[in-house]
Design a protein around this ligand. Structure first.
Ligand code: ADP
Ligand code: MG
Length: 273
C-alpha cells in the first residue's frame, strides 16, 4: 500500500490582522498565563458573548496559528483525527484538524464541544494530560504534540441537559474561564464599533438587551446576545428603521411565542417608538 502524506502550511492558520477585541476583565493576562503552561482551556458562556472573538484575539496576540472546529453531533473521532482516503493514485492519509493542530503547534479551538458525542470527545484525552500525544490508531502512528499546541473548548452552560454534558473525566482536564455579556459601557462600545451606529443608538440597543436578558428563564431560553445587537446596529447603520431592525434581529430569532414577542416589541418601542 502506498501512502502519501499531506503537508500543511502553518502560515495559512496565522491571524495577520489584529481582531477587534474589547477586554472585559483580566481575561487576556489569565489566558496568557494558561498558555504559558499549555493548560487546556474551557471558555464558558452564553452564545454570542465574545468567546470565539476572544480566542481569535489571543491566537493573534500569541502569534500562533488557530484551527477552529465547529462541533456537531454527527462528528466522529475520525473527523477530528483523520482518515484514509482512496483515490486513483492509491491510499492517502488525510489528517483531521486536531491532528494538524498537534503537528504544527496551533491553538485548536473546539467550538461548542458538548454538541459532539462523548465517544468523539474522548479522543482529546491523551492530548490534554502530561502525555500531550495523539494516537492515530488506524494509521499506527503516535503523534507527540508540538510544544506550541494548545487545546481550547467552548461550552454554553445554558444548553446542557444530563444527556448532553461533558464527562467529569473530560471536564477535569481543563482550566475554565466564565464569559458573559460585557458590562454595559463596554457592550455599548462594542456595538458602536462593530456596527457603525452612534453611541446613543448603541446605548438604546444595549438597554433593550438588558430588559430582555431579565426574561431569561421566564419565557426566554437565552438573552439577546451581543452578536444580535451588532446585527441590529448594522441594519440601522444601513438605513433600516430601528423598529424593523430590532424586530428582525432581537425579536424574531429569539422566540415564536406571541406573548413574548409582544413583550420584546414593547421594550423596543420604549426606546425607539
Ligand atoms: N469583547 C468583545 N470585543 C469585541 N467584540 C465583541 C466582544 N464580545 C462580543 N463581541 C461581538 O459579538 C460578536 C459575537 O461574539 P462571538 O465571539 O462570535 O460569540 P460566541 O463565540 O461567544 O458565541 C462578535 O462578532 C463581536 O462583534
Ligand atoms: Mg463562537
Amino acid at each position: 500500500m502506498s501512502i502519501t502524506e499531506n503537508i500543511v502550511d502553518a502560515n495559512q492558520y496565522i491571524i495577520n490582522d489584529e481582531p477587534y477585541y474589547e477586554p472585559v476583565d483580566q481575561e487576556i493576562a489569565l489566558y496568557e498565563s494558561a498558555y504559558a503552561v499549555r493548560m487546556p482551556m474551557m471558555i464558558k458562556g452564553p452564545t454570542g458573548c465574545g468567546k470565539s472573538r476572544f480566542v481569535e484575539y489571543m491566537a493573534w496576540k500569541l502569534g500562533k496559528p488557530l484551527i477552529t472546529v465547529a462541533c456537531n453531533e454527527d462528528m466522529t473521532a475520525s473527523d477530528l483525527v483523520g482518515r484514509f482516503l482512496l483515490d486513483k493514485d492509491g491510499t492517502k492519509w488525510q489528517d483531521g484538524p486536531l491532528t494538524t493542530a498537534a503537528r504544527i503547534g496551533a491553538i485548536c479551538y473546539l467550538d461548542e464541544i458538548v454538541e459532539a458525542r462523548q465517544d468523539t470527545t474522548v479522543v482529546i484525552h491523551p492530548l490534554t494530560d502530561h502525555r500531550r500525544s495523539l494516537p492515530l490508531d488506524k494509521k499506527g502512528e503516535l503523534i507527540q504534540a508540538h510544544p506550541d499546541f494548545q487545546l481550547v473548548i467552548s461550552y454554553n452552560p445554558g444548553y446542557q441537559s444530563l444527556m448532553k454534558d461533558l464527562k467529569q473525566s473530560t471536564k477535569q482536564r481543563f482550566g475554565g474561564m466564565d464569559f458573559d455579556y460585557p458590562k454595559e459601557k463596554i457592550e455599548v462600545s462594542i456595538v458602536a464599533k462593530e456596527s457603525g451606529v452612534d453611541v446613543e443608538t448603541a446605548e438604546k440597543l444595549v438597554q433593550i438587551a438588558h430588559r430582555a436578558r431579565n426574561l431569561k428563564g421566564h419565557g426566554l431560553d437565552e438573552g439577546i446576545s451581543t452578536r444580535l445587537l451588532v446585527y441590529s446596529g448594522q441594519l440601522i447603520a444601513k438605513g433600516v428603521s430601528p423598529l424593523a431592525a430590532c424586530s428582525m434581529t432581537m425579536v424574531t430569532p429569539l422566540t415564536d411565542d406571541p406573548d413574548m414577542r409582544d413583550t420584546l416589541n414593547a421594550a423596543v418601542e420604549t426606546f425607539f417608538g
